[in-house]
Design a protein around this ligand. Structure first.
Ligand SMILES: Nc1nc2c(c(=O)[nH]1)N[C@H]1C(S)=C(S)[C@@H](COP(=O)(O)OP(=O)(O)OC[C@H]3O[C@@H](n4cnc5c(=O)[nH]c(N)nc54)[C@H](O)[C@@H]3O)O[C@H]1N2
Ligand SMILES: Nc1nc2c(c(=O)[nH]1)N[C@H]1C(S)=C(S)[C@@H](COP(=O)(O)OP(=O)(O)OC[C@H]3O[C@@H](n4cnc5c(=O)[nH]c(N)nc54)[C@H](O)[C@@H]3O)O[C@H]1N2
Ligand code: SF4
Ligand SMILES: [Mo]
Length: 751
């Protein structure tokens, strides 16, 4: 784009976990070009088409600027005061009459990409005190978090491949060429993979589809959906059988090796091959490569999480890392150390309370809580089923569960029955069209940014902060203020509570916690002094300054003069590099024993299911449906931007030609796909890049619901793949939905 560029701003992209630094040219209020910031210490100029689309998100006429309130059945623009007054008028009586559990909350994915939402969402949740908390975590990474929690004592202690120093990378069920990486923040994965191979390293990809990632690797193995646990257990079997178990430095810190050895003994490569479709020789070779590589890492993501054996498979990924001595060593799978908000660097180092699960159960199905939340697959039944504790009101924050969660049609119908639905969102979409009150968020270009979560999964340690690119409009609150205002309403302070006082309360309670913790760098300091030292800041910035200064690199409020503060970070618009990953065991551990629990009882018990599953139902028979992602897509919500829309049809049914021939399907014809939960009709795309017996539909489509306001997206709506996902099929331990490996029937459909 040409034109007079009056300034250049730097901003971390909030759209995906890669957290690219962007360079944004501004001409007055107009956004010029958006490029990768080559000086960014972490992303070094890497960018994808979605980052540039932030300019279109900023000006998208469908993006909400005013609250909407439903009147006579129709959502109409309202003032902020009117919208908050409506919350007070309608929400409080529901709580008063039916109790706190009558209100449910659903937190969507962008909460993790917006620290104002994540920090102040907590305040609202605490004030509501409801048991009915749901989030996108149970259609995503809960299995990995549970496995990490049980093994290392903290749900967020997730080891990531040290890609720049590894010699062998085994990837299961992840496609970073399209997704750019997840639970592994790794800008320019393609470039790093190339470098790995150039220095003589090797990468193997295990996926029922030959993805772009698989194409760029040394080897690709097709796997039957849902059988990664079989494959990994057989690898463990070989490691033991061939005397290849070598924990290296970790020897002193691991419990449960024998139990794992016993468990794997029965799952030979030959037995596993029958289930997963990977020949026994290949399994044996993989195990040997892993153990001979020197420095190796195993990594699994969506394909290993959102499936029948999600937690067991996620656990076995790290079992392989441990048994080959690759956990927590250079070039292996390592624990990043973040500058702020990382729970595994607070409290006593090396030991802790571990994690607890199942502290309560869902009312209808009895599904257990994990990390304080219930499986989102249970939400519809909790709304539908009468009785004490029935969900009557729902608050959604940055989420679109109608497109993202299983048995979408059932949930869609349930939302229509709610007495009250309140949403914080930037669009009226397939979910928020049901809301009675919608509070819009601001364009990302109006708000400051800090990634509280992703540096905890970074391929390298770094810390970065972005101030707002454009001055925010003065007549609209930021979302953290909206959340505080809702918190005030819920706690009975009226429709116009004192936001500043509430915010002071939030930060003061954090200060109290820190000065009362003997392991904190500000233990027993004066709360008033700390509070004054944060003077001049408010909202998320103030909480961030506190977290940075009490964090592992912090200045501890004057004690370490070289240490980090937010002011120092502001002086580094391209971020501060904190170096390559370093070994963190035992310090990172928070298990009661102070050891890595290699064989947590619940996981060992659940692994028995893996053995039992080498049965006919898992081998022949029906087709299995898996998902996929596309670079120009971001879950359900960016199909309304011209830069990302258009092009070849993306919402297609991928099927192998041999299956297509057998079923009478040809390229571009319509097929009907049916599961226990529902059916959809969509065009066929023949490809030999998918395993015979497997079909694929991407999620996040189905923009044809009446009442949504997505004028571009509805022109190319696609179908909602989660109509097919079965809300009754869960990974039993984590409560995560099974979104991959869904049994389906496929037939030609005449329109
Ligand atoms: N079948 C199948 N289903 C899946 C998956 C799959 O692989 N297959 N993947 C799952 C995964 S990994 C995830 S994370 C979930 C995602 O599930 P969700 O989080 O429910 O869905 P998103 O599409 O991310 O929706 C994000 C919503 O946030 C809104 N939004 C964007 N920015 C902001 C903001 O700044 N403030 C506010 N208030 N709102 C904002 C958007 O308009 C959109 O409505 O989907 C899951 N569903
Ligand atoms: N462009 C783009 N980027 C995104 C997103 C997006 O929607 N679009 N979403 C973001 C989010 S919220 C997340 S969580 C991440 C996800 O990041 P990834 O995990 O990399 O996501 P996917 O591209 O869905 O890759 C999952 C792969 O698992 C394979 N698979 C399916 N079932 C199985 C199985 O049983 N076993 C094995 N081994 N493989 C299987 C699928 O074929 C697919 O290739 O991506 C993030 N980045
Ligand atoms: S990969 Fe794309 S969407 Fe993800 S952070 Fe970078 S620019 Fe944004
Ligand atoms: Mo996700």
């Amino acid at each position: 784009m040409s034109g007079r560029i009056t300034s250049t701003k730097y901003r971390i992209c909030p759209l995906c976990e890669t957290t690219c630094g962007l360079e944004i040219a501004i001409d007055g209020e107009r956004i010029g070009s958006i490029r990768g910031d080559r000086a960014d210490v972490f992303s070094g100029g890497f960018v994808c088409p979605k980052g540039a689309a932030l300019a279109q998100l900023h000006v998208d006429p469908d993006r909400l600027r005013l609250p909407l309130v439903r009147q006579d059945g129709v959502l109409k623009p309202a003032s902020w005061d009117e919208a908050f007054a409506e919350v007070e008028r309608r929400l409080l009586p529901i709580i008063a009459e039916h109790g706190k559990d009558a209100v449910a909350v659903y937190l969507g994915n962008p909460n993790v990409h917006n620290f104002g939402l994540s920090l102040y969402g907590q305040a609202l949740l605490r004030s509501l005190r409801t048991s009915n908390i749901y989030s996108a975590s149970t259609v995503d990474q809960m299995p990995k978090q549970l496995a990490a929690g049980l093994m290392f004592g903290n749900f967020l202690s997730i080891a990531v491949p040290d890609i720049d120093r590894t010699d062998f990378l085994l990837i299961l069920g992840a496609n970073p060429f399209e997704s750019n990486g997840s639970l592994w923040t790794v800008p320019d994965f393609p470039g790093r993979l190339r470098a790995l191979r150039q220095r003589g390293g090797r990468c193997v990809v295990v996926d029922p589809r030959r993805t772009r990632t698989a194409d760029a690797a040394d080897e690709h193995l097709f796997i039957r959906p849902g059988t990664d646990a079989h494959l990994l257990l057989a690898i463990v079997n070989v490691l033991f059988a061939e005397g290849r178990v070598d924990l290296g430095r970790l020897d002193a810190y691991v419990s449960g090796i024998e139990v794992v050895g016993d468990l794997a003994r029965e799952l030979t490569p030959e037995a596993a091959a029958r289930a997963c479709g990977i020949p026994a020789e290949s399994i044996i070779r993989l195990a040997r490569q892993l153990s001979d590589a020197g420095r190796a890492a195993v990594y699994g993501r969506i394909g290993t999480c959102t499936q029948e054996f999600g937690t067991v498979a996620s656990w076995l990924v790290d079992v392989c890392n441990v048994l080959t001595g690759n956990l927590d060593r250079e070039g292996g799978a390592m624990f990043p150390k973040a500058a702020a908000f990382q729970s595994n660097s607070y409290g006593a180092a090396g030991v802790g309370r571990g994690v607890r699960i199942g502290r309560r159960r869902s009312r209808v199905r009895g599904a257990g809580e994990v990390m304080g939340e219930l499986p989102v697959a249970c939400l519809a039944e909790e709304i539908e089923t009468p009785g004490e504790g029935q969900v009557r009101a729902l608050i959604t924050i940055a989420g679109n569960p109608v497109l993202s969660t299983p048995n979408a049609e059932r949930l869609d119908a349930a939302l229509a029955r709610l007495e009250l639905m309140i949403s914080l969102d930037v669009y009226v979409n397939e979910t928020t069209r049901h809301a009675d009150i919608i509070f819009p968020g601001l364009s990302p270009l109006y708000i400051q940014h800090f990634d509280a979560a992703f540096p905890q999964f970074g391929f390298r340690n770094a810390v970065r902060y972005s101030p707002p690119v454009l001055p925010a409009p003065t007549n609209r609150p930021s979302e953290w203020e909206t959340l505080l205002q809702l918190t005030g309403i819920v706690t009975g302070q009226g429709a116009r509570p004192d936001i500043e006082a509430l915010d002071d309360f939030v930060v003061t309670s954090q200060i109290q916690r820190a000065i009362g913790d003997e392991h904190s760098s500000i233990y027993e300091r004066d709360a008033g002094d700390i509070f004054s030292a944060l003077d001049g800041r408010r909202g998320p910035d103030r909480l961030l300054d506190l977290a940075l200064r009490t964090g592992p690199w912090g200045d501890a409020f004057g004690v370490r003069s070289e240490g980090l503060t937010l002011a120092k970070l502001e002086a580094h618009p391209h971020g501060i590099d904190l170096g390559p990953l370093q070994a963190r065991i035992p310090e990172v551990l928070r298990t009661p024993t102070g050891r890595i629990e290699l064989a947590p009882e619940v996981l060992v018990a659940d692994a028995r299911r893996v053995r039992d599953a080498i049965s006919a139902s898992h081998i022949g028979g029906e087709l299995r449906l898996v998902g996929r992602r596309h670079l120009r897509s971001n879950n359900s919500w960016m199909h309304n931007l011209p830069l990302l829309a258009g092009g070849r049809a993306r919402c297609t049914l991928q099927i192998h030609p041999t299956d297509a021939t057998r079923l009478g399907l040809v390229e571009a014809c319509l097929a009907r796909v049916t599961s226990r939960a529902g059916s959809v009709e969509l065009p066929v795309e023949l490809t030999d890049a998918i395993m015979p017996g497997v079909v694929s539909i991407p999620h996040g489509w189905g923009h044809d619901r009446p009442g949504a306001q997505l004028s571009l997206a509805e022109r190319d709506p696609g179908v909602n793949s989660n109509v097919l996902a079965d809300e009754l099929a869960l990974d039993p331990l984590s409560g995560n939905a099974v979104l991959n490996g869904i049994p389906v029937r496929v037939e030609p459909f005449a329109a």
